[in-house]
Design a protein around this ligand. Structure first.
Ligand code: GTP
Ligand code: MG
Length: 424
C-alpha cells in the first residue's frame, strides 16, 4: 500500500469511527458536521490563501514525519496527498450525515445559491447550517418565512428570527408592486407540457411553475402516471414544451417505476438512461421523512437544475399516522406546514410542484361529498390549481379543474397508454 493510500485509509477509519459514534448519539452529528466544516474550510483557506500558520503546521508535520519515516515527500506528492485526504474526509462525512439525518448539504455549498446566506451580516456557519437544516438555502426563502417557522424549524430565537427575516426582505425587495408588473411576471411563468394537448389546455398551456398543482381522484385514475410523464417532459427543451431541466420525486407509496419512465422517454426520442439520471427519487417512509426530503430537495434544487418536484402522495402518510379525532388538529397543522414549505420551495426555486391526493373511498366519512380529498380545507386552500380525475371507458380518464384562481371549471378527456399520457 502506498503512502497516499495508507493516509486515505486512516482517514476513512477515523471517519467511520465517528460515524458509529454519531449513530449511537445522534446529537453529536452537529459537532461532527461542525468539525468537518471547519476542517474543510481550513483546508481550502490553506490552499487558496497559503495561510502562513497552516504552512508552519505543515512544516512541523513534515518534520515529525521525517523522524518517523526516512523518505521525504515532494511538494507535489504532499499536495496530492492532502487533496486525497480532503476528498476522503468529505466523502466519509457525507455518508455519515446521510446515514443519520439524510442531510447531504452539510458542507455549505453556497455556490449553488443565488445569494449566499452566509454573506448576511451576523450570520455565521452555525446559523447557516441551522437554516439549511430547515431547508432554507436562499435569502428569498428566509424572506418568505414567518418568525414562528424559523423558531420552530431552524432553532433560532424570536428576536434573531425577526431580524433575519426583515434583513432578507430588504435584500430581495419584498414590497408592493403594481398589477401590470404582476401581469408581466405571470405571463413569463414557465410551464411544462403533460404530453396531451387536451390536458395542457385545461391547465392553461401546461402545468405552472412557482405554484402547487394538486391531482386528486380515486385509485387508478392516473395521478401517478401523469406525475411520471411530467418527470420526462420537464426534460424536453423549451421549444418542445419542457424546461430543459430535471425532476425530483418524493415517493410515499413505493409506486415510482423507472421502467415507465423509460417507455415515456422513448416516445419523445430522449435517451432513457440520461432521463433516469435526471430524476432524483426519494422514498419517504413516514410523514416526518417526507417533510425532511422536501427540505433536502430545497437544498439540491438550484445545483441540480430541478424545476419539477412531485410528491406522490401528499397525504397518505399523514392519513395513516394520525388516526382518530384527537389527532386531527396536529395532523392538519403538520400537513399545513408541509404544504406551505412546498409552496415556498416552488417560489424560491421557480419549480412546479405537483402533488397527488387520493379521495376517501368511504362515502360516510365526509358528509355529503364522497369524493372529498384527504386533508380537507388545508390542502384545498393551499394548492393553487386543483384537478379532479375520474375514470371513464377503459384507458380513458376525465380531468376537471376544480379550484383555480385563473382557470375556468372545465373538463377534458385524456388516455393512459403504454408510452404515456395522450389526448382521449
Ligand atoms: P392510486 O395511486 O392507487 O391512487 O392510483 P393513481 O391515480 O396513482 O393511478 P395510476 O396513475 O397508477 O394509474 C393506474 C392506471 O394507469 C392503470 O389503471 C392503468 O390503466 C394505467 N397504467 C399503469 N401502468 C401502465 C402501463 O405500463 N401501460 C399502460 N398501458 N397503462 C398503464
Ligand atoms: Mg398513485
Amino acid at each position: 500500500m502506498s503512502k497516499k493510500e495508507e493516509k486515505v485509509e486512516e482517514t476513512k477509519k477515523e471517519a467511520s469511527t465517528k460515524k458509529t459514534d454519531t449513530k449511537a448519539k445522534t446529537d453529536s452529528l452537529d459537532d461532527l458536521v461542525e468539525d468537518a466544516y471547519q476542517s474543510v474550510m481550513e483546508e481550502s483557506v490553506k490552499e487558496t490563501k497559503g495561510d502562513k500558520n497552516a504552512d508552519k503546521e505543515e512544516k512541523v508535520e513534515a518534520k515529525e514525519k521525517k523522524t518517523e519515516k526516512p523518505k521525504k515527500l515532494s511538494k507535489k506528492e504532499q499536495k496530492e496527498l492532502d487533496e486525497a485526504t480532503r476528498q476522503a474526509k468529505i466523502k466519509a462525512l457525507e455518508e455519515a450525515a446521510l446515514s443519520t439525518r439524510s442531510d447531504i448539504d452539510v458542507l455549505a455549498q453556497d455556490d449553488a445559491m443565488e445569494i449566499p446566506i452566509s454573506d448576511l451580516p451576523g450570520v455565521g456557519p452555525a446559523t447557516t447550517l441551522k437554516l439549511k437544516d430547515a431547508g432554507l438555502t436562499s435569502i428569498r426563502g428566509i424572506a418568505l418565512s414567518s418568525v414562528k417557522e424559523l423558531v420552530d424549524n431552524a432553532d433560532l430565537g424570536d428576536k434573531t428570527a425577526a431580524k433575519l427575516i426583515k434583513l432578507c426582505q430588504e435584500q430581495v425587495g419584498l414590497t408592493f408592486s403594481t398589477a401590470d408588473t404582476l401581469y408581466t411576471e405571470r405571463l413569463a411563468l414557465d410551464r411544462i407540457t403533460t404530453g396531451s394537448d387536451n390536458l395542457d389546455e385545461l391547465f392553461g398551456d401546461g402545468i405552472e411553475t412557482e405554484s402547487i398543482t394538486e391531482l386528486f381522484g380515486e385509485f387508478r385514475t392516473g395521478k401517478t402516471q401523469i406525475a411520471h410523464q411530467l418527470c420526462v417532459t420537464v426534460q424536453l427543451p423549451k421549444e418542445r414544451g419542457g424546461l430543459g431541466a430535471n425532476a425530483a420525486y418524493i415517493d410515499t407509496e413505493g409506486t415510482f417505476r423507472p421502467e415507465r419512465i423509460v417507455e415515456m422517454a422513448e416516445r419523445f426520442g430522449l435517451d432513457p438512461k440520461q432521463v433516469l439520471q435526471n430524476i432524483t427519487v426519494g422514498r419517504a417512509y413516514t410523514s416526518d421523512h417526507q417533510v425532511n426530503l422536501a427540505k433536502e430537495i430545497a437544498t439540491l434544487a438550484r445545483g441540480k437544475n430541478i424545476r419539477l418536484v412531485v410528491v406522490d402522495s401528499l397525504t397518505s402518510h399523514f392519513r395513516a399516522e394520525y388516526i382518530g379525532r384527537g389527532t386531527l388538529a396536529s395532523r392538519q397543522q403538520n400537513l399545513n406546514q408541509h404544504i406551505h414549505f412546498l409552496l415556498k420551495l416552488a417560489e424560491m426555486h421557480h419549480v412546479a410542484v405537483l402533488v397527488t391526493n387520493q379521495v376517501m373511498s368511504r362515502p360516510d366519512f365526509f358528509f355529503g361529498d364522497p369524493t372529498a380529498p384527504v386533508g380537507g380545507n388545508i390542502v384545498a386552500h393551499s394548492c393553487t390549481t386543483r384537478v379532479y380525475l375520474r375514470k371513464s371507458k377503459q384507458t380513458k380518464r376525465v380531468a376537471r379543474i376544480v379550484d383555480s384562481p385563473n382557470l375556468p371549471e372545465v373538463e377534458t378527456v385524456f388516455e393512459i397508454l403504454s408510452d404515456g399520457i395522450h389526448d382521449g
